[in-house]
Design a protein around this ligand. Structure first.
Ligand SMILES: *Cc1c(COP(=O)(O)O)cnc(C)c1O
Length: 380
């Protein structure tokens, strides 16, 4: 990371005013190919927009700076980024440890796709060193961590897992989507590569689907870039531009997301119709101290169990009005959902199954008083 602070880097890294016009925002280079000055005479290194495009380069440099890495790569979605990562670092016969609470699509990618190509996986509680050690094999090439995790907001000590993976000769992957680099920087804590769904907090406005990988290992970064070009699931110029625009306000948005979520978690914890609240900012949360150590604040995601069971939880989702019923997270508007029937339907019956009475909130940046009034009405 440069000597500048996060807020400044977010607005300026990778983005000089346009050399031709002085435009302060990078243009959307909506173009597929570039004129060569004689065969092989590339101006500025651009040849074909799958391989590289100037708007995507601006985003990739920005992402690398925000995570304190040396190489950032932008993809068409978070899952496209994950797919590129797993095919770069794993071969048939290799093994990976995945977390027992994770984004449902990540689990599906390993269980339903990678497994067919001979990649072996097992599940561990990544907050527990004994569970990770117990899952390691001679063929383990990577350990995958999501912290805070989706949807139970579990916390994993990144530095602790980095020690274990390093001595096992494996790589540590951290999905930093829930925290964003403003709240947590896994590479500085020993992770080898960071994964993002930029669809979420990085984009921040529910108007783009995108993904990213960032590493501080230059040679591994080259391998990832080779696979990004060879496989082709790149972020298009307009999508890259939207994420760049979102990132400029990441710091102020995350501060408000965290403040609103903290108020809501406290109110839910005191509500008679709520059985249990999952928010790492609550002192009662099992991962509170580790979260306080490795995160700037506790983020905008809150989950809770409804005392009346599954039907009551579904009713709360249906009755909410300001909280929009929908999948995804990380936008300025608040969302509510039932993970068991929506985002996490694909993990039903697996080690990653979620409680049926669980409701997940993506707390937006509206007035917290309006959000609290809506939730209170929805709880009935
Ligand atoms: C959404 C999400 C993904 C997948 O990203 P897409 O952009 O939807 O492909 C991966 N990890 C986490 C934690 C997510 O929330």
């Amino acid at each position: 990371m440069s000597h500048q602070h996060f807020e400044t880097v977010a607005i300026h890294a990778g983005q000089e005013p346009d050399a031709l016009t002085g435009a302060v925002v990078p243009p959307i280079h909506q173009v597929s190919t570039y004129k060569q000055d004689g065969v092989g005479g590339l101006r500025g290194g651009y040849e074909y927009s799958r391989s590289a495009n100037p708007t995507r380069t601006a985003l990739e440099e920005n992402l690398a700076a925000l995570e304190g890495g040396s190489r950032g790569l932008a993809f068409a979605s978070g899952l496209a980024a994950e797919d590129c990562l797993l095919r770069t670092m794993l071969s048939p016969g290799d093994h990976i440890v995945i977390p027992n609470d994770a984004y449902g699509g990540t689990f599906r990618l390993f269980a339903k796709v990678a497994e067919r190509w001979g990649v072996q996986w097992s599940v561990a509680d990544t907050s527990d060193p004994a569970s990770i050690r117990g899952a390691l094999r001679d063929t383990t090439r990577a350990v995958w961590v999501e912290t805070p995790s989706n949807p139970l907001l579990g916390i994993t000590d990144i530095a602790m897992v980095a020690d274990i993976t390093r001595s096992a000769g494996a790589r540590l992957v951290v999905d930093n989507t829930f925290a964003s680099p403003y709240l947590q920087q896994p590479l500085a804590l020993g992770a080898d590569v960071v994964v993002h769904s930029t669809t979420k907090y990085m984009g921040g406005h529910s108007d783009v689907v995108g993904g990213a990988l960032v590493t501080s290992d230059a040679a591994f970064g080259e391998e990832l870039a080779f696979h990004q070009n060879a496989m082709g699931a790149i972020a298009g110029p307009f999508d890259a531009w939207l994420v760049l625009r979102g990132v400029k306000t990441l710091a102020v948005r995350m501060d408000r997301h965290s403040a609103n979520a903290a108020r809501i978690a406290e109110a839910l914890a005191a509500h008679p119709k709520v059985a249990e609240v999952f928010y790492p900012g609550l002192e009662s949360h099992a991962g509170h101290e580790i979260a306080a150590k490795q995160m700037r604040s506790f983020g905008g995601m809150v989950s809770f169990r409804v005392a009346g069971g599954e039907e009551a939880a579904v009713e709360v989702c249906n009755r909410a009005e300001l909280f929009i019923l929908g999948e995804s997270l990380g936008g300025v508007e608040s969302l509510i959902e039932h993970p068991g029937r929506m985002t996490h339907a694909s993990v039903a019956g697996s080690a990653l199954e979620v409680p049926s009475d669980l409701v997940r909130l993506s707390v937006g940046i509206e007035s917290v008083d309006d959000l609290l009034a809506d939730l209170t009405a929805a709880l009935g």
